[in-house]
Write a protein that binds this ligand. Structure first.
Ligand code: MG
Length: 320
């Protein structure tokens, strides 16, 4: 495409897939990857996975699916304005959180403590698209897989599109978690750190806009994507504030101990009863070990599936 930045990843120059496909007459390779992700079961399960608030009853709270859509929107806006590859950006955004466990970071923490070699949702997202979806993976291009694996702050994606998704992920969750926390009565706009509000903005929309515009002004025409130092300082301060005050708020945390208990109990149960798992999971026992396969099975569950499975296995039924 002649309109793309010289620093964009062109689909014609992809490092390709593990199993080559015959070309599609109308879609580029990255568009196909986006489509493969949207049509997969792991993607549909995101709608019943926790973002921050566990199994929220209120219909207006974010779920992992709406988080993913917000990341995609922010990332595409940035990519398009920087003339990067919007299709690659969208594919990475749609796939970045496929590996999240039930109950959000509480579930992730439990598996990370229990499974030899640890458990991280970005690595698990990659396992889903490379191996677990339908027992064969989605056979995505290298650049999409790289962006999914490297979407956390500590990651180093090989494309600028991957860097865009990593920033968009943080912009999305910091802002929508504030919005949901205000909805839940856990925060008010007034108690957020003053300097952050002054630099980034007073409202949800103002803040997202300011963060995006800052990235565009620093990164346009460059071979990197980043925020200005001054914006990054205030944004990190806001993010730290949420980690200290919201993510560890005892009112938001109250149910988390129970959620952790469900994940731990299910993990131990399936580790002992690994032969009962579906073939698509069991086939990786020799390659990756029983512990990893048990974790795969738990990680794929939605919040409500995990609760129902726990009830089925461990809560006595009454006689009707
Ligand atoms: Mg995310």
């Amino acid at each position: 495409m002649k309109t793309l930045s010289p620093f964009a990843q062109k689909s014609s120059q992809t490092r390709g897939r593990e199993r080559p496909l015959s070309p599609c007459p109308v879609r580029t390779e990255f568009v196909r990857d986006r489509d493969r992700i949207i049509h997969c079961k792991s993607f549909r399960r995101l709608k019943h996975k926790t973002q921050v608030f566990l199994s929220p009853v209120g219909d207006h709270y974010r779920t992992r699916l709406t988080h993913t859509l917000e990341v995609s929107q922010i990332a595409r806006t940035i990519s398009r304005a920087l003339r990067l590859n919007e299709d690659l950006t969208e594919a990475i955004a749609m796939g970045h959180d496929l590996g999240h466990t039930p109950f959000g970071h509480s579930g992730e923490k439990v598996l990370n403590d229990l499974v030899p070699g640890g458990f991280e949702h970005n690595v698990q997202s990659l396992r889903i698209v490379e191996k677990l979806e339908n027992g064969v993976g989605l056979n995505l291009t290298y650049e999409v897989r790289d962006g999914i694996l490297n979407h956390k702050k500590s990651g180093h994606p090989c494309t600028l599109e991957g860097a865009v998704v990593s920033l968009a992920d943080r912009i999305a969750y910091v802002n929508h978690d504030i919005d949901d926390a205000i909805r839940a009565g856990l925060l008010t706009n007034e108690i957020l750190p003053k300097s952050c509000i002054e630099k980034i903005g007073r409202t949800h929309g103002e803040r997202i806009n300011a963060l995006i515009m800052d990235i565009l002004s620093v990164s346009f025409g460059r071979n990197y994507v980043r925020m200005s130092e001054e914006m990054m300082t205030e944004f990190d301060k806001l993010r730290d504030y949420l980690f200290e005050n919201l993510y560890h708020d005892p009112r938001a945390k109250a149910e988390e101990g129970k959620a952790e208990g469900v994940v731990e109990t299910l993990y131990k149960h399936y580790l002992k009863n690994i032969d009962g798992l579906p073939e698509d999971f069991k086939k990786y026992i020799d390659e990756d070990g029983r512990e990893r396969v048990a974790a795969d099975y738990i990680a794929c569950m939605t919040d409500r599936y995990a609760v129902r499975d726990y009830e089925r296995l461990f809560v006595p039924k009454d006689w009707n």
